[in-house]
Write a protein that binds this ligand. Structure first.
Ligand SMILES: [Ca+2]
Ligand SMILES: [Ca+2]
Length: 94
């Protein structure tokens, strides 16, 4: 049986591929795919930044190799950063 962390890792991979496979390169998120993923999966995070400029900015921040798309490696950086931000938030809250 998979541990909780393994389940989370599998979920991350399957969520990424659910969106990355919609158009163009199926292993990378285009800006549109990234936007869909952020809106559907990270709605709370995006609540305050619904405008396209915010997505552009996130895209630029994530796109380490500058190919205009977000691959899985770049995506996990976003998840890690957000997870750390949440952790800090809970830490400060207690
Ligand atoms: Ca794609
Ligand atoms: Ca990239």
């Amino acid at each position: 049986m998979a541990s909780q962390l393994e389940t989370v890792m599998e979920s991350l991979i399957s969520i990424f591929h659910n969106y990355s496979g919609k158009e163009g390169d199926k292993y990378k998120l285009s800006k549109k795919e990234l936007k869909d993923l952020l809106q559907n999966e990270l709605g709370c995070f995006l609540e305050a930044q619904k405008d396209t400029e915010a997505v552009d900015k996130i895209m630029r921040d994530l796109d380490e190799n500058g190919d205009g798309e977000v691959d899985f490696q770049e995506f996990v950086v976003l998840v890690a950063v957000l997870t750390m931000a949440c952790n800090t938030f809970f830490w400060e809250d207690t």
